[in-house]
Structures are given as C-alpha cells and as structure tokens.
Ligand binder design. Sequence first.
Ligand code: ATP
Length: 978
Amino acid sequence: MFLKRIELQGFKSFADKTIVQFDHDITGIVGPNGCGKSNINDAIRWVLGEQSVKSLRSGTNMSDIIFSGSEFRKRVNIAKVTLVFDNTAKVFDSPFEEIEITREIHRANNEAGYYINKTPCRLKDIQELIMDTGLGRDSLSIISQGNISSFADARPEERRGLFEEAAGVAKYKKRKKISLQKLEKTKENLDRLQDIIDELQRQIGPLEKQAEKARQYTAYKDELFEIEISVLVEEIEALDHAIKQTEHEIVAAKAQQIEQETRLDQNDASIEALRKESYALDARIQALQQQYTKAMEESVQLEKRKVELDEKRKYTLQAADLKQKKAALFEMKQEAEYEYNDRKARLNDLRTRYAQDANALNQKKEQLSGLNEKLMKERNALGQLENRQHVLDNMIRQPYQHQAGVRTVMNARKSLEGIEGTVSELIVPKPDMAAAVSSALSGTMYQIITKNEACARNAIRFLKNNQSGRATFLPMTVCEHPRYPSSQNRAIAQSVKGAIGWANEAVTCAPRYSNVKDRLLANIFITETLESANECAKRLHYSTKIVTIDGDVVHSGGAMTGGRNRNQSTPLTLKQEYEQLNGTIQNKKNQIDELVFSAGRTARQIEEEQQQLIAQQIECGKLENITAVKKQKLDSIRDEYDQIHVDADGIQPGESDDSLVQQISAMHRTIDDLTSQMNALRTTRMSKGKELEQLETDIRAQRREINAILQEIHKNEMQHASFKAKQESALERLNADYQMTYEFACTKRKDIDIDAARERVRELRNLIARLGNVNLDAPAQYDEIKERFDFLTNQKNDLLEASRQILEAIEQMDETMTNQFTDMFDKINTELDGVFKSMFGGGKARLSMVDPEDVLNTGIDIDVQPPGKLIKNIQAFSGGEKALIAISVLFAILKARRIPLCIFDEVEAALDQGNVERFARYLSHFRDQSQFIVVTHRPGTMEQCDALYGVTMQQDGVSQILKVMLKDAVSYVHKEEQ
Ligand code: ATP
C-alpha cells in the first residue's frame, strides 16, 4: 500500500496514540456522527502541510488542533501525527523505500516541528516532496463532501485548480511564482542599481574631465620638475653674476665718486687759498695805491717847489751876469733834458704797454663775439630740438591720430570689456630695435589685443553703432598656439653674416602677451644690413620676412621695401626718439650754460681791461702833455742858453737844485714803479681771478660728474635690488615648488639646452595657468567611482542576464504547463463522457475552456446532458445530480491520471442508494491503480471496501479506532438512523 499507516497522538479527538494500518486498496472508515472520522482526514492534510486552521475545522489557533480535554480527560500539550508511505514505486522523488512524514505542535509556544524520516526539516521540504504526487493541500487525493457539492456551483476559475493538480503543473506554477518573485526582486534590484548607476554616471562625466585635467596638470608639473630646476639654477647663477657685476660697478662708481669728491675738496681748498691770495693781492694793491697817491701828492709838492724854484731862478737870472746866467741856464737845460727824457721814456713805456693791452683787449673782444656767435647757434639748435620734443610729445599723447577706429576704442576701453591695448602699447622694442620692430610689425602694430573673440565682436559692434571708424582686433584666444620657425631655418638664419636674431627676441612684453608677441614676430628675422637681409631671404628660399635694423624689409617672396620718409615715426620709434631727444636737449643746455658762463666772464674781463686801457689812455694823454711841456721848456731853455755867448770854460754852475729834479724824477720813478708794481699785482690778481673761475668751472663740472656718478650708482643699485629680488624669487620657487636648496638643486642640474628649456618652462607655466582650478584627488575619486560604476554595470548586466534567463525559464514553464494542462484537459475530457454515461446511464458531458487562448488562466466550464434531459445550466441540477457530475469528473480525472492515494470523505453523501452503489462499483474499478480511504456512512460504499475501520468515541471525548466487519459497520449506520 502507498499509505502504510497513520500514527496519531494528541490530534483533535485522538488523545491517545492511535495507529491506523492500511493493508488494502479500499479502506473504509465508518462511525457515528462526531466520533472523529473526519479528524483522520484532517490529520492527513495537517501532516501534508495544511496551514489553514479554518479548513482544519479548528479554532483560531493552530494549537487548537491539540486535544483540548473533556469532562473525564485532561487536555494534552502536544499533537503529533506521522504518515508512513511506501516509496518503492518512487512516487516521491527520494531514494528511500519508505517515507515517514511527521508533524507536531506544542501548545506551550505554538512551536511546530516537521520531520521526514525522523529528520527535522522545513514545511517547504515536505511541500516539495509531495508536490505533483497528487497528494497535498487542495489535491485530488483528499476530497470531502464539501468539495463535491461546491464543484458544480463553483465559478469556472475556481474549478481550474482541480485540473491543474491533475495536470501536475503545480510544481511549475510554484516555480513560476518563485521565478516571478525573483523577477520582481531582480527588477527592484535593477531599478535600485539603475538609480545608483545614473547617479554615478552623472558624477563620472565631470569627474573624468577633472581627472584628465589633474593628470594633465601632474604631467606638466612632472615635466616642469624635470627642466625647471636646471633653468632656475641657471637663472640664479646668471643673476648672481649680474649681482656681482653691478656690485663691482657700484664699488667702482663709488671709488670714482670718492676720487671726484677728493678732487672737489682739493679744488675747494685751492679756491680758498686763491681767494686768500686774491684778498692779499687786493690788500697789497690797495697799499700800493695809497703809496701811489702819497707819491703823487709828494710829486705835486715837489713839482710846486720846482716851479717856485724855477720862478726864483728866473728872478735871480734877471739880476745875474751872462756868465752866471749861462751857467744857470746850463744847469736848467740839463734838468730840462733830464725831465724831458725821463717823461718821454715813461711815455714810450706807457704807449708800448697800452698798445699791448689794447691788442689783448681786441683779442678778448673777438673771443667774446666768437662765444656769442656759438651761443646763438646752440640756442637755435636747442630751439629746434625743443620744437621736435613738443611735436613728439603731442604725437605720444595722441598716438592714434590717423586711426579713428583705434582711437575711439582706446578712448572707450574702460567701458568696453576685454580691451587689453594696442600691439604698439604692449610690445616694447629693446634699445635700438624700434625701427626694425616697427617694420616687422608694420600695420599690425595698430591692432587691438582683446581677451577673446567675443570682446572683439563687442568692440566692433561699438564702432559700428557709433560710426566711428574701423579697427583690427587680435583676440588672445586665437594666439594660443604660435608657429615657430623650424630648427633648420633657425640655424640657417643665424649663420648669415650680419644676422641679429628673431624679432620676437628683440622685444619685451608682459608674460600674458607672450603668445601674441610670438604669433606676430616669431617668424620675422632681423639683420644688420639690406645685403645681409637679401642673403638671408635667399637662403631661406624667400619663405620668411626679413627686416633690417634701419627698418628696410625683404618680404617673404622676395619683394623689398625701403627708403626714408620725412617723418617716418611710428608709435614704437616715437618713444625711443623722445628719450634720445631728452638726452640731447640736456647736453645742449649744459653746453649753452658753459658758453653763457664763458661769455659773461670774457665780457667782464673786457670791461675791466677796457677801464684799465682808458686809465692808461688818460695817463698817456697827461704824460704826452707833460712831455710836450717838458720839451717846450727844454727848447726854450736851450734857445735861451744858446743865445748867451760866453766862454764856456769859465762857466760856473750856478745855484743848482739837482736834488729837487732828481727827487721829482725819483718820485716819478717811484710812481711809475708803484704803477708797474700795481699793474703787475693786478695782472697777478687777474690771473688768480681766472684761476679761480677755472677752478669754479672745474668744480661745477666735477659736481655734474659726481651727480652722473650718483645717478649711475642709483641705477646700478636699482638693478642690483631688482636682480636680488629676482634671485630671491627663483630661490623661493626652488624652495616652495621643489623643496630644494640651491646647493642641492645644483646637484640635480641637467645638461640641457637652457634656452629651449626656459621657453618650455614658460609654455608649461602658461598651460598650467590655463588649466585653472585643479582637483588633484579627482583621478583617485574617478577610479573609485569608475570601479564602482563598472562593478555595478556588470552587476546590472548579470541581473539583466538573470532576468532574461528567468523570463526564458518562465516561458518554458508556461509552454510546459500549457502543453501538460492541455494534454491532461483533453485526456480528462475524453474520459469524462464515458464516465458520465456510466454514472448517469447515458447522456453526455464535456469540459470546455472559457478562454482557450489563455490556457494558463482560463476557467473550466462543464456542459452536461443527463439522459433524457435538456438542461444545460449546471446550476439547475439537483444536489444529488451536481454531486454525481462532480464525482464523474473526479473519476474522469482518476482515469486520465494515476493518483496513488485518494481519501474520500463522505463524497457520496448526497447520492441516492442507486447512485451510491453505482459510485461504489465504479470506485472499485480503480482499486489496482489507487489506494482509497473512504469515510462513509453509506452501506453501498462500505460493501465495496476491502477493510473497514470503526471510529468510536466514548464519554471521555477520545476517539478510538478498531477494525470492524461490514455488518458491524452497517449497524453504526442503522444506529444513527434510529
Ligand atoms: P460526522 O459523521 O458527523 O461527520 P465525524 O465522525 O466525522 O462526524 P469529526 O468531525 O471527525 O466527526 O469529529 C468531531 C469530533 O471531534 C467532535 O466530537 C469534537 O468534539 C471532537 N474534537 C474536535 N477537535 C477536538 C479537540 N481539539 N479536542 C478534543 N476533541 C475534539
């Protein structure tokens, strides 16, 4: 037998351990109402997994199925039921030949226990074990009176369960349910994953850009590290050299300053000494002047006395004899001769000196007019220079006079966004390069540099709106990648005789305009002469524009431009010319100052000398008169003397006054001596004056020189400070950017082309600056998020694959279920008609699907036509007929499919005696293929049973079971009926 036995203990009315052994195909269970027959059915369903307390006909709690006690029996605390199955036919998918399924429940904690072959297991394991064996909840195996009576009245959909069970699709349904749950869960997981993936995707894009930027930054920094240390070391060294050079120049200039100041001090001392000497000379001249005045007074006195003496003599002569007269006249003649010769000699001296002095004065006058002429010329020249300065000043102040558009934009630059300035304003030629750079830039020098193209568009719109001219704009953004000459062309150009260099190296500009500068000038070469320009152009195959230092041009292609305009100033040359002009004007003014000083000094000297000359002239005039008077006197005395003829031998000199004449003569000599002494001293004084002036001139020149030296020192000190600052900044950069001392950096220095490296450093710094804010954590963050993103994307793909597989499995299950269901349905349908005819003694019955298109969900209708009846609506049949229809279907199912165990709980209760017998006979047809346990009250059924168990319940409310004979069983029925 399939179900070998049931062991009950504590289950409902079976308080005591009760074992029901099944040894026959059809076992009947009989007994009076309420004795506990159906409790056996309940116990079997309970063990097979029934979870509904209601369907077990118990209270509200599963523990209510435990024997609750009676008036005479105490309640028990455990219910336990075991079903023992024979599995030799492998109804259960298990290697065991006997399967023992046990369920128990404890009242104390409502705790349930499940066992298969005494091994604890889960409810699920039991459900799986019995699945599709035909056993189990709502199965075909356990049919009660309620099932039978409700079959006809049930809705088509409710009937479907029976056919599903028959078709054995429950396991697929369950699997499908699990699959759908899994699918639902997978979908939820997918949605959740997709949300996270979407969020990560939102982050990943910007983060990838940031990471790329950070990687770029790191690469630039690494490259910078590789080369900048060498550049910085080189720069620090060069600056060190420059610092030492300027220090050396400062020391030399200071030495010069000291030397000049010493000389200045010496000259000051000399001036002091000269002044003292001059004062001494002045004092001596003054003293001589006093002596001279005194001598002159004395001379006048002597002259007076002489006149008196002469008068006295004349009076004496009138009374004297001839001899005495002649002697006196002789004496007077000698005196007169002496006086005349003396005056004449003095006059000659005076004249000679006068002539000399007059000559010297004339020379001075010529010198003065020469100086004045030169002064006039220099003043004219200065005037012209100042005119030019004024013109340049105006031109510098209005640099774009002929470019109305440029002028308008530059005037409005404060209100226009992104206007950086004109090319000529922002790019400054190095000394002496203005003409060459002007020609190199040509018209582009008036272009206006803007921050970007939008700013240029804005400025052009402004010019259009105001109708104020046109201008060309150069946005910095278009200059970001300047083209440079190839290294081959560089080498060729540099090798030409007279080569100077590339035009971008002949200018300076703020670092931010470096690309603009290179864009405009990096491909133009500068040479010394037009010949070298031609040569260079030829060697470069006329591919490059060449300009000369003078501004002549050999265009790429070979055309040449040159010559000179009257005014060929450009904004670039203007500044250079203006600065040079300032220097020239200053020199000119210094020259004029010198000339004015010299002319003034000469004019003063002329005046002084002229005064002296006039004094000499007066003196001469006086002396001429005196000499003439002396001559007249001599002549008159000589005449008078000659007219007296006496023997000369006898002449006795009369009263002689030689001493007076000699005194007078001596006095004149004294006066002359004093005069000549005074003149000599005056000459000395004058030469001292000249010396003084010369010294003063020298001192002024020295002071100017000292000023120039001081300026030079200042300039060098400024340069020194600037070099120092640059060096400190380079050292600071070494320290801050590379954490290196200079000494350590020297050990890291590489043998590289420093110029190229410097250029690359500049480029790299620009590139780094252009990167803006950099998130250095971005690569790590990106990698982390990317890893997570990839992981989750893989997970998503796995889930999608899983979904696909689940869907595929569901599809397969649906297909299997559809096939199995349809097959079984057809089989049952085929069997039904025969069974119906047997049960009803004719007529026909047929099952149909409500929706054949939807086999998996369709409800099942049943069309029956008992013999001789035309009723089609199943609801209209009597209760017995309905039960018989349901039993027909049940038997059709049993025919279509083998069910190992069927438990019928009063299924034939509603049938009349004849139909019961027909039912029982039909039932016995299946005895070889199924085991039947039939709870019944009907003797007709009992008769078909191979064995009968009677269930009794005494007053203690406890069911007991025992084997009975048919007649005993029938007697139960009769007892009840009485
Ligand atoms: P009928 O022929 O009228 O269908 P039956 O023999 O099938 O009757 P059951 O329904 O099997 O009778 O048994 C009902 C009996 O079981 C009742 O007497 C009831 O008191 C008893 N019973 C049910 N649950 C318990 C319980 N937990 N403890 C004790 N007795 C119980």
